[in-house]
Each structure stands twice: as structure tokens, then as C-alpha cells.
Write a protein that binds this ligand. Sequence first.
Ligand SMILES: CC(C)(COP(=O)(O)OP(=O)(O)OC[C@H]1O[C@@H](n2cnc3c(N)ncnc32)[C@H](O)[C@@H]1OP(=O)(O)O)[C@@H](O)C(=O)NCCC(=O)NCCS
Length: 161
Amino acid sequence: MIGWLRRLFSGRAPAIVLAASRDAGGIATLHGASFRRGWGEAEVEGLIAERNVLTHVARAGRSTAGFIMSRSAADEAEILSVAVGRSWRGRGLARELLTAHLRRLAGLGTRTVFLEVDENNEPAIRLYARAGFREVSRRANYYPIENGKTAAALILRRDLG
Ligand SMILES: CC(C)(COP(=O)(O)OP(=O)(O)OC[C@H]1O[C@@H](n2cnc3c(N)ncnc32)[C@H](O)[C@@H]1OP(=O)(O)O)[C@@H](O)C(=O)NCCC(=O)NCCS
């Protein structure tokens, strides 16, 4: 209901732009709501400011609808995190964020992009598969889940250009 009202009043589709330090609070909140291990606002602000970290944010009015962040070393980049707010999911926003991000990375000279994803994270696996990522390895028992069980991490790779 609240998400629906927010969308109604924010009017337009979220704008995907490079993040600035003022986005740190919104990104930290969204990260905390999306993952087991939260990021503090200061931690996010530090990441945004790093020279080799690239962050795109989807701004919906004054709220943060989604973000994507990667860290580069030479001509490789690793996606550190991607999340979309619950009320914005399932509308192609993550796909838009990923497309904008990969385009920018390619423009900066990145040739290969890696990331790690939980084998049970179906929306994320579909997102990456559609964007051309392929599994290159698997780390068994990587993520803790309920009742002492674990899930594997899939390492995915996409070559750019
Ligand atoms: C993963 C996440 C970023 C996807 O965001 P989104 O904006 O809903 O994704 P999109 O609408 O762009 O859809 C991407 C793909 O996921 C699929 N998808 C979306 N929601 C889904 C769901 N609940 N179940 C299964 N597939 C789903 C879409 O159909 C689409 O695949 P398709 O192109 O083959 O149809 C979002 O679910 C999220 O923030 N999850 C929590 C954080 C997270 O897990 N991040 C990834 C860590 S590696």
C-alpha cells in the first residue's frame, strides 16, 4: 500500500544516475532491507567515494528505488551489490540498472565482469542470465541459510565488448 502510494505520487519512472554521497543513506537502508549483512551509511559513503568503485542509483523522487555497485581493478570489475526496493521489484528496474552499469563499465575500459550469487536466488540468477552472465565456478556451502543449512555461491562472468 505504502509502496503503491509512493509510486503514485512520485509520478515518473525512477531516474538512473551515478550515485553521489547524498545517496548513501538511501542505499544503506535498501541494502539493510535486502541482505543479511547490512551496510552502514558511512560505509556506503566511503564506497561511493572510492575511485575504483562505480555506483548507479535509481532515484524515485526523494526515495531510493534501487542501486548497483561494482569495484574495478585493471580491466576487471566485480559487482559488489545490486538491490531493488520491494515495491519496485518485478518491473525491469534491476535490468535497467545492470544495463546502464555495464555500459558505463565498458566505456571505462572494463573487459570482464564477475559476480557471486546464491544458487537459490532465482530473480538474481534470471537477471544475470538474461544479461549474458555465465557460470564459471561454484563455491559449495558458501551462504548460511535456515536450520544450519547452506547454499552454494555461483561465480558468474560476462565479457564486455
Ligand atoms: C534481484 C533483484 C535485484 C531483481 O530486481 P527486479 O527489479 O525485481 O528485477 P527485474 O524486474 O529487472 O527482473 C529481472 C529478472 O528476474 C525475474 N524475477 C523478478 N522477480 C522474480 C521473482 N520473484 N521470482 C522469479 N523471478 C523473478 C524477472 O522475471 C526477470 O527475468 P526475465 O527477464 O527472465 O523475465 C531484486 O529481487 C532484489 O533486490 N533482491 C534482493 C537483493 C538481491 O538478492 N540482489 C542480488 C544479489 S546477487
